[in-house]
Design a protein around this ligand. Structure first.
Ligand SMILES: NC(=O)c1ccc[n+]([C@@H]2O[C@H](COP(=O)([O-])OP(=O)(O)OC[C@H]3O[C@@H](n4cnc5c(N)ncnc54)[C@H](OP(=O)(O)O)[C@@H]3O)[C@@H](O)[C@H]2O)c1
Length: 288
């Protein structure tokens, strides 16, 4: 952990690496996305978390092409829209991502949310597996899945392996959830850690809603860091891949400037809560 740095990476089950810090672009307007993504690259980020529904894949990809950093050093994620679940719709969604971005390959494609029922979820997964086999997508995974959805997917992967052979069902390389000290999702985290699934943390700074918490203020003072930096550091030290979002140049830099201090085990304990307080949506509890 002491050796965490801006270039830290984790190996995924797919065999590819993922940068340990990501740059989120939800609600980043398309007309500023290229500029702020370029700024994120300048600040040292090498990982952009986009999605079809964010409507900014194209300007993010434009920044990737303009930044002069080799493509292989940048990691780009998109996601299947919740309203495009199912085999055919997912194939169309992937095709649209390539049309819009002009990329040769996409590093990671996630199922954005588990809505739509088992058949749609399985169909979506199969389309992702096929895109991976075709070399279009390097790694695949899910977002906002509850443990029951993860178990269901694991069974489907085994079924596909039974049909097509070992390794042919795809692997859940990454799972993405809202995660911060007020939403630690121990059941999901345990599931992923057991299976080697890399865990990404969205809303890692709780959209700024908890900055006044005494514990954040105290730790910020202790290390000369902002509450946002304490939260990003907490996430990294939990072994997560935090995806802080900002369209503000100074904050983009601030959120990546978290490698000159380390929270102690005692600090981490102080930041521990058993609250379940999402600040975004929560599809993990969906029963359909
Ligand atoms: N899979 C999913 O369902 C899902 C859901 C939500 C998010 N995500 C991903 O996770 C990323 C992060 O989540 P999020 O954007 O919802 O929340 P977040 O990163 O926790 O917070 C972003 C908000 O905090 C502000 N902010 C950023 N840095 C700050 C700083 N240093 N000081 C004060 N305020 C700061 C930003 O304002 P400005 O931009 O105005 O600076 C923005 O309003 C998203 O962009 C997206 O990539 C995924």
């Amino acid at each position: 952990m002491a050796d965490l740095n801006i270039n830290s990476k984790y190996k995924m089950l797919s065999g590819y690496d993922i940068p340990a810090l990501g740059y989120g672009v939800y609600q980043t307007p398309a007309d500023v996305a290229e500029d702020v993504t370029l700024h994120a690259f300048k600040a040292g980020y090498r990982h952009v978390d986009s999605a079809r529904v964010y409507r900014n894949e194209q300007p993010c990809a434009d920044a990737m092409k303009k930044c002069k950093i080799p493509r292989g050093e940048i990691f780009f994620t998109s996601k299947v829209p919740p309203r495009s679940m199912g085999y055919e719709q997912t194939k169309a969604s992937i095709e649209s991502s390539f049309k819009q971005t002009g990329l040769d390959y996409i590093d990671l494609y996630l199922i954005h949310a588990p809505y739509g029922g088992t058949a749609a979820r399985n169909g979506t997964w199969l389309a992702l597996v096929e895109a991976k086999r075709a070399g279009l997508i390097r790694s695949i995974g899910v977002s906002n899945y509850g443990v029951h959805h993860l178990d269901e997917l694991e069974s489907y992967i085994k079924e596909l392996e039974g049909q097509y052979g070992k390794g042919q069902g795809g692997e859940i390389s990454v799972g993405q959830w809202e995660l911060h000290p007020w939403l630690t999702r121990p059941d999901i985290v345990e599931w992923c850690q057991k299976k080697g699934v890399v865990i990404e943390a969205y809303c890692p700074i709780v959209r700024g809603q908890r900055f006044e918490e005494k514990v954040l203020q105290a730790l910020g003072e202790k290390y000369g860091k902002t509450p946002a930096q304490v939260l990003v550091r907490w996430s990294l030290q939990k072994g997560f891949v935090p995806l802080p979002k900002s369209v503000t140049h100074s904050r983009i830099e601030e959120n990546a400037n978290v490698y000159d201090f380390e929270l102690t085990a005692e600090d981490m304990k102080l930041l521990h809560t058993t609250e379940y307080s999402p600040c975004a949506w929560d599809p993990t509890t969906s029963d359909d």
